[in-house]
Design a protein around this ligand. Structure first.
Ligand code: GTP
Ligand code: MG
Length: 195
């Protein structure tokens, strides 16, 4: 599946701009700066295909990437960026809701959680939205290289506790580092086997 060409398809700002629903897709959601774009770069093996930056809130569109002819990877705008204007946040929430509820080919949402920080209240809000849209979501811990094992276990326990409250949560958590490559093959296999 991942042998095919990887391409940036388009950035979408409204439901009318979504590409044809002709293949399965997964989306990546998470707080600003959690490492969504870096993860997509690592998954596709193409550094820089999804723009990764130090400026939080940089990715403002729903960005579509194709994996061969069989999957779309969807990079969602980061949430929880403190300096974003209210009008922008509201527009984004509306689009996100429409996307999660209306995209028939969406098979799974990956909710990215920073390995150092655990689940925050904005993450809880997204998880509730996913519950109500009945979109199965799976937590991907990012930046695993930045935290020691003991600290990580504490955070993971907090994440598991948070997930227990959400009917749409998939129980298995994937630990990743886009920097070191940990968990990337696992995540690729998960995406490849979704049907
Ligand atoms: P927005 O698009 O603004 O929502 O951010 P994002 O979630 O796409 O985050 P992005 O991939 O741009 O990464 C944010 C910062 O974290 C960058 O400086 C990355 O280099 C860094 N980063 C991402 N993944 C990792 C990782 O696995 N390890 C380390 N050490 N740094 C990472
Ligand atoms: Mg990004």
């Amino acid at each position: 599946l991942f042998a095919g060409p990887v391409d940036f398809v388009k950035g979408v700002v409204a439901m009318s701009g979504l590409p044809d629903a002709d293949r399965l897709e997964v989306c990546f959601a998470g707080r600003s700066n959690v490492g969504k774009s870096s993860l997509i770069n690592a998954l596709t093996g193409r550094k820089g295909i999804a723009r990764a930056s130090n400026t939080p809130g940089r990715t403002q569109e729903i960005n579509y990437f194709s994996l061969g002819e069989e999957r779309y990877l969807v990079d969602l705008p980061g949430y929880g960026y403190a300096n974003a204007p209210v009008s922008v946040v509201e527009k984004w929430q509306r689009l996100l809701k429409q996307y999660l509820q209306g995209r028939v080919t969406l098979r799974r949402a990956f909710v990215l959680i920073d390995s150092r920080h655990g689940v925050k209240s904005v993450d809880e809000e997204i998880m509730k939205l996913l519950d109500s849209a009945a979109v199965t979501f799976q937590v991907v811990m990012t930046k695993a290289d930045k935290v020691k094992a003991a600290e990580r276990e504490k955070i993971m326990a907090q994440v598991r506790q948070a997930l227990a409250k959400h009917p749409a949560a998939y129980p298995e958590i994937v630990l990743t580092s886009s920097e070191k490559g940990d968990g990337i093959a696992t995540l690729r296999a998960i995406i490849a086997t979704l049907s």
